[in-house]
Design a protein around this ligand. Structure first.
Ligand SMILES: *Cc1c(COP(=O)(O)O)cnc(C)c1O
Length: 237
């Protein structure tokens, strides 16, 4: 059983140590405390046995980007009491499934999705924390969702209001993926400004979900509170 494969455990343990030391070094460089930065292990394409290994090593937060894969994996590891983060683009017709296991949805990018999630979470008797996904492409325009998902920065507050209208949802902050080929540091600096404006209106909305395996240092430097790390922990997909 891969679940108890000692070599896999050692590999993931070493990767986790490496990732944690990268995060610590980035925090030191930025004058931040590592306690301000949470690690979300993105387990997409990797088996539920890897989720068990991560949990045995102290990881409490896991992320997935496709409901078809996430729903069975969350069910197979329900005994572990993990916090599940849905981080991928989400169709409204999948909201009902996601609302059953996710604790956080990072990728809310339109009012229709907020309504669908709100309705489904209420029906399931659950509460979801939602992040507004912001498109950091410099060309992003109000009212248009970019290729990597997300609203234009200027649409963020409006969508946060739509999320807060739903009794079963609360606005938790913002999320972004650095644009392909751009400077992640400049992009994450734009995200930080959006996050500050949002927090002025909703003081509880403190999450800044930014940074992946390749750009976590830039994200920490620019104030990220949650890093979504896949490859650096579990290897290539
Ligand atoms: C896959 C994924 C990640 C993790 O990316 P890595 O480069 O493997 O660390 C982070 N965020 C989102 C939205 C993803 O889809």
């Amino acid at each position: 059983m891969s679940q108890t494969d000692p070599e896999r455990v050692e590999q993931v343990r070493a990767n986790l140590l490496d990732a944690r030391s990268r995060i610590e070094a980035a925090c030191t460089a930025a004058g931040r405390s590592p306690e301000e930065v949470s690690l979300i292990a993105v387990t997409k394409t990797h088996p539920a046995s890897d989720v068990r290994i991560l949990a045995s090593l102290g990881v409490t937060d896991v992320g997935e980007n496709r409901d078809q894969e996430a729903a069975p994996k969350a069910e197979a590891t329900a005994d572990l009491d993990l916090t599940w983060h849905f981080v991928g683009q989400l169709q409204s017709n999948k909201a009902r499934s996601v609302a059953r296991y996710a604790d956080y949805v990072h990728s809310v990018d339109r009012a229709k999705l907020a309504r669908a999630l709100g309705k489904s979470a209420a029906e399931a008797g659950r509460e979801l924390t939602c992040l507004v996904q912001v498109d950091l492409d410099e060309e992003s325009r109000p009212g248009i969702i970019g290729p990597r998902g997300g609203v234009a920065p200027s649409d963020t507050l409006e969508l946060a209001d739509r999320i807060e209208e739903q009794d079963a949802l609360s606005i938790g902050g913002v999320m972004a993926v650095a644009p392909l080929g751009g400077d992640p540091s400049a992009a994450f600096a734009r995200l930080y400004e959006v996050a500050c404006r949002l927090r002025d209106r909703y003081p509880r909305a403190t999450v800044i979900s930014a940074g992946m395996s390749g750009d976590l240092e830039a994200a920490v430097e620019r104030g990220a509170t949650h890093l979504r790390i896949g490859t650096a922990l579990l290897g290539a997909r």
